[in-house]
Design a binder for this molecule. Structure first.
Ligand code: ADP
Ligand code: AMP
Length: 245
């Protein structure tokens, strides 16, 4: 295994190797952080995640992105998840708990993680606690992206996604440099099938009924930080930085 990994590195350009080496050296002095981002669809979790991830050298695990990749690849997991996702309902706890348990083993999660869109039910939160207890760690902070429902339709219907990276844009609030193209790769952007006003209604219902109790669950542990997620992106970033400092 080690030999084949080393052999693969022979083809990696020196500049990329050096950049990665410098990143790892910078990361070694960062404190570990285990974070959960909770908020309704469109509240800005996916927008803030890459910034937090780079600052603290964490892995970003977005269950929605993972499930969409499984649906696109038509894996057994994707086939099971598709119908609920298309209808704006939550997929079963067992499916998502399994993918998170597996993903936490990744070396990129060594300094901690950002869970984006998980846990979304109290059962998932309890299972996560068990998973972390087995690893001898616990959640440090829960960032609650608090926002009024009325703001979300415009955010969701104007959202454009770069599927392979999960980067999100907005036709009005965060337009890409070239319309319809990802800023980094130049690849085409897509609109999510469930990013319609009609499906948003079901997704918001699921959020209020099944996910808001998760915020209460963590409030009892005194680890919730409330953000003003209706503010412009840079102001939300400033709030996040204050909370995590
Ligand atoms: P989530 O991951 O919580 O579903 P996103 O981060 O994908 O939400 O944001 C939803 C949409 O709103 C995206 O198109 C994004 O560009 C835009 N957006 C994110 N944060 C803000 C903000 N603070 N103000 C205005 N638009 C935003
Ligand atoms: P998101 O990308 O977070 O908006 O999630 C898209 C869809 O994936 C949701 O509407 C659910 O159907 C499904 N999903 C994502 N995360 C979870 C989760 N933690 N539990 C259940 N379903 C989820």
């Amino acid at each position: 295994m080690a030999t084949s990994a080393a052999a693969n590195l022979e083809d990696v350009p020196s500049v990329d190797l050096m950049t990665e080496l410098l990143r790892r050296m910078k990361c070694s002095s960062k404190p570990d952080k285990r974070l959960i981002l909770v908020g309704p669809p469109g509240s800005g979790k996916g927008t803030q995640s890459p910034i937090i991830k780079d600052e603290y050298c964490l892995c970003h695990l977005a269950t929605g992105d993972m499930l969409r990749a499984a649906v696109a690849a038509k894996t057994p997991l994707g086939i099971k998840a598709k119908e609920a996702m298309d209808n704006g309902q939550l997929v079963s706890d067992d499916l998502v708990v399994g993918i998170i348990d597996e993903a936490l083993k990744k070396p990129s999660c060594q300094k901690g993680f950002i869970l984006d869109g998980f846990p979304r039910t109290v059962v998932q939160a309890e299972k996560l606690d068990e998973m972390l207890a087995r690893r001898g760690v616990k959640v440090d902070k829960v960032l609650n992206f608090a926002i009024d429902d009325a703001i979300l339709e415009e955010r969701i219907t104007g959202r454009w996604i770069h599927p392979s990276s999960g980067r999100s844009y907005h036709s009005k609030f965060a337009p890409p440099k070239v319309p319809g193209k990802d800023d980094v790769t130049g690849e085409p952007l897509i609109q999510r099938k469930d990013d319609t006003a009609a499906v948003l209604k079901s997704r918001l219902e699921a959020f209020h009924k099944q996910t808001e109790p998760v915020i209460d669950y963590y409030s009892k542990k005194n680890i919730v930080a409330n953000l003003h997620a209706e503010k412009p992106p840079q102001e939300v970033t400033t709030e996040v930085q204050k909370v995590l400092a």
